[in-house]
Design a protein around this ligand. Structure first.
Ligand code: PLP
Length: 284
């Protein structure tokens, strides 16, 4: 695989990052994951706008114009012949001369890394026709989950707790209310109404979330942006998650309780179909 590191396209085994990189030492960096279908990038504009915001919130500049970032995405997809998969992008505050809690002097070059992941079948229906099961775990992450930082230790531990419980993922709960999944936004459905937590510092503003809520409204579904509890979710008609890499994925069980019929719900599947179709059409 060819990867991009600080201006160069190199074989993954030849890529080098300093041991003093603040991404490595302090999780002082942000990232984006963008899906690829038919060798084209989905929702690039949304992802790049969120990237700019994440960087700004942490006092970091954009290392290059958005168009140049898009060109790198496209070049890597082409070099690695990715038809379906994802592009991962990470930007850190760079590598100062030594480890120090204080930010490095202005002008210290940022570290910019991109790589691709091939995932044949990504846009297909195999996984979605089965759905996923989740458990709930306490949300003990930091207070700025709206910034897409590379501090992913707790979400990673959450995934392992889910695995240990024999399920696929975990929904995190704070003050009795669901925040989001380990790497996705969480939804329930009641009748014709889609319910998902309102935006704020407590969750990441998903790019897929924004698109799916827009499609839901266009399809005459009602959208309620408010928090909900695990108990409410367990008595909902349907549940699902969204993220750039899972699109819309039905949830069939929460903490051992079957949701609705126990099979993927019709609204979730319909929203998935609309999302995949429309994103494919608009891909760049
Ligand atoms: N919430 C969290 C914590 C995430 O890590 C992600 C994606 O990685 C999402 C939500 C979904 O965001 P998006 O739809 O932009 O992928």
């Amino acid at each position: 695989r060819t990867v991009y590191v600080n201006g160069e396209y190199v074989a993954e085994n030849d890529a080098k990052i300093s041991v003093f990189d603040r991404g490595f030492l302090m999780a002082d960096g942000v990232y984006e994951v963008t899906s690829v279908i038919d060798g084209k990038i989905l929702d690039f504009e949304g992802h790049v706008l969120r990237l700019e915001r994440s960087l700004a919130e942490l006092g970091m500049p954009m290392p290059m114009p958005a168009d140049d970032l898009l060109a790198i995405h496209r070049e890597l997809v082409s070099l690695n012949a990715v038809d379906e998969g994802a592009v991962y992008l990470q930007i850190t505050r760079g590598a100062p001369a030594d480890r120090d809690f204080a930010f490095p002097p202005e002008g210290t070059p940022q570290t910019v890394v991109l790589f691709t992941q091939s995932k044949p079948g990504l846009a297909g229906d195999a996984a979605a026709s089965k759905g996923i099961k989740v458990i709930s775990i306490p949300d003990i992450r930091w207070g700025r989950r709206d910034i897409k930082t590379v501090q992913l230790l707790y979400p990673s531990m959450g995934k392992m707790m889910a695995k240990a419980a024999g399920v696929d993922d975990a929904w995190m709960v704070e003050d009795g209310m669901v925040t989001e999944g380990t790497s996705n936004n969480a939804y329930i459905v009641r009748g014709n109404t889609i319910i998902t937590r309102h935006l704020g510092n407590e969750i990441l503003s998903g790019i897929t979330r924004a698109a799916v809520l827009r499609f839901a409204r266009e399809a005459q579904m009602t959208v309620e942006e408010r928090s909900f509890s695990i108990e409410e979710a367990q008595t909902a008609d349907e549940a699902f998650i969204t993220s750039a890499t899972t699109f819309v994925m039905p949830v069939t069980e929460i903490d051992g309780v079957q949701i609705g019929s126990g099979s993927p719900g019709p609204l979730a599947l319909r929203l998935r179909e609309i999302y995949v179709d429309e994103s494919r059409k608009a891909a760049v």
